[in-house]
Design a protein around this ligand. Structure first.
Ligand code: ADP
Length: 398
């Protein structure tokens, strides 16, 4: 202690206070330290008395503190120090501790003194840090939870959609089957009756030896059986498609050859004096497609053209091969499709009003559309009542 300042009597309250109390003079020299401050800083009061208060402040804050202290010694009112700041004090062996300090300036026997009341907030800081960490952990957990919940919700929604889709499909299939049963029972009746009566007549004609009449009835039976087979084939094709079992298998084919073979096969179905004209144009006749599906498409379209046009007419089949597409057209001069019904043409079981008693299932064009889509192509048509129809299928060449 370099100065001979009067001893400042702490009195029992300050002496026993749990806050550390450090009294310094106008020049910042420590003149008194209570036992709590001794414990907090790890020094005895003897060690501290006479030292500058900056001795108890970390190096990095010292210069600024000296300025503040000088200013405060002149006109300072009691106040907390470093409001809203994290204050640190320096204890023995350079141990830093977080503190809260309030200051109080007083005069005693014409000398100015400053008392600092110091609280060690290490424990509170620790609690705060832990609290912040817990809050942060909680926030992270919440986020993870929310993410999990939204993932589960998404999964659940998808599962629901899948179930609904499957149900929808199931419903469609059962509707399709029941419509088929009613269509088949209706469509089967005519050919079956024909077969029955022709068979009965055959027996009769056999006895009396009528060759030409016998031949006519055998032909009737044949055509009735053909009709029944067509109905069954349509149904089987669609059933297979519905079950997802129709998978295109692409291979390179000579499309001109393929078309003319199909046209050849269909000659037997032509009506009296009906004929088919076939023409194929394009540089390269080799295309990559599924020959079986393509055959089905063309047979359906040409059979319709034959079925829905009169004797003595010509059906034109053309195939134009371009760079990336080949376009097959079937043109007939038949009964045409009423304009107001055209929008339903590719719908299952649809039959236009003017189809009258021409045999059919209303499944063929739906099959055509499905197959064309499987082959990544497009089917379109134009038609005029009593003038004829043109069906056009564009398929990729590769
Ligand atoms: P189906 O011929 O067995 O009845 P489709 O699905 O092939 O079934 O055809 C559906 C309907 O479209 C036919 O019933 C007929 O009314 C009409 N249609 C199809 N092609 C032609 C055509 N070339 N000319 C006139 N009408 C047609």
């Amino acid at each position: 202690m370099s100065d001979n300042k009067e001893h400042i009597d702490f009195g029992p309250v300050c002496y026993h206070a749990t806050e550390g109390i450090i009294v310094s003079d106008e020049k910042g020299r420590i003149v008194e330290v209570n036992p709590s401050a001794e414990r907090m800083f790890g020094y005895t009061s003897m060690e501290l008395k006479g030292e500058k208060v900056e001795h108890l402040i970390p190096e990095r804050f010292r210069t600024r503190h000296t300025l503040h202290r000088k200013h405060y010694a002149h006109d300072g009112l009691p106040r907390p120090m470093g409001i809203e700041m994290n204050l640190y004090a320096l204890a023995k062996q350079n141990r830093e501790l977080p503190v809260e300090i309030s200051l109080c300036r007083f005069e005693h026997k014409n000398e100015v003194y400053i008392a600092s009341f110091v609280i060690d907030v290490t424990a509170r800081k620790l609690t705060d840090t832990r609290l912040r960490e817990s809050e942060e952990n909680l926030r992270k957990l919440n986020m993870q939870l929310e993410q999990k919940v939204s993932e589960r919700t998404r999964d659940l929604e998808k599962a629901n959609r899948d179930v609904l889709k499957a149900l929808e499909k199931e419903k469609e299939l059962s509707e399709f089957k029941s419509r088929f049963v009613s269509m088949a029972s209706h469509e089967f009746r005519t050919p079956l009756t024909g077969i029955l009566s022709s068979a009965a007549l055959l027996q009769k004609y056999n006895e009396q030896n009528f060759d030409d009449k016998r031949a006519k009835h055998i032909q009737r039976i044949r055509s009735a059986v053909k009709n029944l087979t067509e109905i069954l084939n349509d149904f089987l094709s669609l059933g297979k498609f519905e079950e997802g079992k129709t998978k295109p298998s692409f291979e390179e084919i000579d499309i001109e050859e393929q078309c003319s073979q199909i046209v050849e096969e269909l000659q037997v179905v032509l009506k009296n004096d009906q004929n088919i004209e076939f023409k194929c144009t394009g540089q390269n006749k080799i295309v990559k497609t599924d020959p079986q599906l393509f055959k089905n498409i063309l047979i359906n379209l040409v059979s319709n053209a034959i079925k829905y046009s009169h004797s003595g007419t010509t059906i034109k089949v053309t195939c134009k091969i371009r760079e990336s597409l080949f376009i097959t057209e079937v043109v007939d001069a038949g009964i045409g499709i009423p304009e107001n019904e055209q929008k339903n043409l590719f719908t299952r079981f649809f039959r236009a009003k003017n189809s009258g008693n021409i045999q059919g299932t209303g499944l063929g064009l739906n099959i055509v559309k499905n197959y064309v889509e499987l082959l990544k192509g497009r089917v379109t048509f134009t038609s005029e009542l009593d003038k004829g129809s043109t069906f056009r299928v564009s398929l990729p060449t590769r």
